[in-house]
Design a protein around this ligand. Structure first.
Ligand SMILES: [Zn+2]
Length: 199
């Protein structure tokens, strides 16, 4: 069972959530993105696919009742509670490269670096962590009527959470997004809480 805090800007080593357990990911202070990777323990290459999750649920707004699917279109987890309803399941996350592109410097930390370190010993290197396998919980990306896309303040408040019931035993990695040069963490990165229960 898991009951821990991902410190602001950082990560915890990847951990296992057994099939049937419910993982709660909680935004302790509010307005904080949590980037998450799910991999089946018995088939780590069949990682979560954000694209299939959107296409097979036929929505870009993944929330309560939706199933998170793998690259092989197999159910990995079901969203059994969601007090926010605003997440980014378009894939990708902040990285040294996007920091360089957007802000002229690779520094400042990133979810990609956090997640690769979190998965050390489970993946051979960054290339094994596909962008499609990364969901940004509580991340608020506004899409305008013209298709324009903008990172805006999360709507999550202190204590908001999303509960994922594992449909298979899963290896889970979580990054408390370190980004402070855009609104995705309210310009003030903060902690994320993780806990599991066995209903
Ligand atoms: Zn990030």
């Amino acid at each position: 069972m898991i009951d821990t805090v991902v410190p602001a800007r950082s990560f915890v080593p990847a951990f296992v959530v057994e099939a049937g357990e419910v993982l709660r990911i909680e935004d302790l202070a509010g307005r904080q993105a949590a980037d998450v990777v799910l991999m089946p323990v018995d088939d780590p290459h069949d990682q979560m696919s954000c694209i299939y999750t959107q296409l097979l649920n036929r929505t870009t707004r993944i929330t309560h009742g939706h199933v998170i699917y793998s690259k092989a279109a197999r159910p990995l987890a079901t969203v059994v509670e969601d007090t926010v309803g605003v997440h980014w399941f378009g894939g990708g996350c902040c990285s040294a490269e996007t920091n360089e592109f957007r802000y002229g410097s690779p520094e400042g930390g990133s979810c990609r670096e956090n997640l690769v370190e979190s998965l050390a010993g489970h993946i051979a290197g960054p290339a094994e962590l596909e962008l499609d396998a990364i969901a940004s919980l509580f991340m608020n990306i506004a899409i305008g009527p013209d298709g324009g896309l903008e990172i805006v303040l999360p709507t999550s408040r202190a204590g908001d959470h999303i509960d994922l019931r594992a449909e298979r035993s899963l290896l889970v990695a979580v990054s408390a997004c370190p980004q402070e040069r855009n609104p995705c963490n309210g310009f003030e990165p903060s902690d994320i809480a993780l806990s599991t229960s066995n209903p």
